[in-house]
Design a protein around this ligand. Structure first.
Ligand code: B1M
Length: 219
């Protein structure tokens, strides 16, 4: 079993590689994490996602700009490619369908992709519409797929407003549709105000909350 000190060293190295937009180092440290027995999900959240939090702070302080953000994202994805296949699956979870996307006007998809990874790891069938998704596309696809849950993500206060609109459109088309929302500007109060059936602040809680929503529906 790896010591706490070594674990911290590896997680910090993964995080730093994201911040320094070093794809090779990021991939190499993620491989080290697996070789030394770290949990792949913990390495994703406390290494890769933690690095992206620091990047966000640098961006806010105008030390990093959009090109750096993109390079950091590339480094994060290089690491995620290594870790993703090792994120533990929960075969006990009911095989359900999720229709997922980032709403119109918003191209931030790193968080949505982590959410997708966690749902897939938990055994869900995920229909990923991508980012900057036209609002009527969610309604159109939901009619075809009849997913158990629609997941909406928004990362900006501006694009967040589209969530309320699309929930209205989805519920007008099918009053029984269930919607889960998430993304940095949202919180449980806003989610409720927008008419969502659930809110989650991160990818793991999203899967847990999805389970609660589905169970509430079937009892
Ligand atoms: Co931009 N960006 N960005 N950006 N960017 C933010 C969001 C911002 C807060 C930065 C800032 O000003 N401090 C700010 C928004 C301000 C606001 O709210 N109004 C901002 C801005 C302004 C912009 C541009 C307008 C900049 C410009 O062009 N001048 C532009 C937007 C263009 C557009 O969308 N139309 C822009 C562009 C970009 C890049 C393309 C360069 C890049 C995105 C790359 C990509 O996603 N492919 C980028 C990035 C990387 C960021 C920051 C730095 C990091 C976002 C991120 O990936 N976080 C961000 C600052 C920050 O967040 N500190 C910022 C890591 C990720 C793991 O976390 O996405 O929160 P997150 O996801 C979490 C949870 O939120 C949750 O789970 C995830 C995993 O745990 N979650 C869900 C997310 N979706 C969920 C759905 C669920 C449940 C949980 O259920 C369905």
């Amino acid at each position: 079993m790896v010591s706490e000190q070594r674990k911290k060293e590896i997680l910090d190295a993964i995080s730093n590689a994201v911040v320094q937009y070093d794809e090779d180092q990021c991939a190499a440290w993620c491989k080290t994490a697996l070789q030394e027995g770290l949990d792949a999900y913990e390495a994703t959240m406390k290494g890769l996602a933690a690095g992206m939090d620091t990047v966000g702070e640098l961006y806010s302080r105008q030390e990093y700009f959009v090109p750096e953000l993109l390079l950091c994202s590339d480094a994060l994805y290089a690491g995620l490619d290594i870790l993703r296949p090792h994120i533990r699956t929960d075969s006990a979870v009911h095989k359900a369908k999720l229709l997922l996307g980032v709403v119109e006007g918003d191209i931030h998809d790193i968080g949505k992709n982590l959410v997708k990874t966690m749902f897939e790891a938990a055994g869900w069938e995920v229909h990923d519409l991508g980012r900057d998704v036209r609002l009527d596309k969610f309604v159109e696809e939901q009619k075809k797929i009849k997913a158990d849950l629609v997941g909406l993500s928004a990362l900006m206060t501006t694009s967040m407003m589209a969530i309320e609109k699309v929930i209205g459109m989805l519920k007008a088309s099918d009053p029984d549709v269930k919607v889960l929302v998430g993304g940095a500007p949202l919180n449980p109060e806003i989610a409720t105000k927008f008419g969502a059936d659930g809110y989650a602040e991160d990818a793991v809680r999203a899967v847990q909350e999805a389970g609660h929503i589905i169970r509430r529906q079937t009892v």
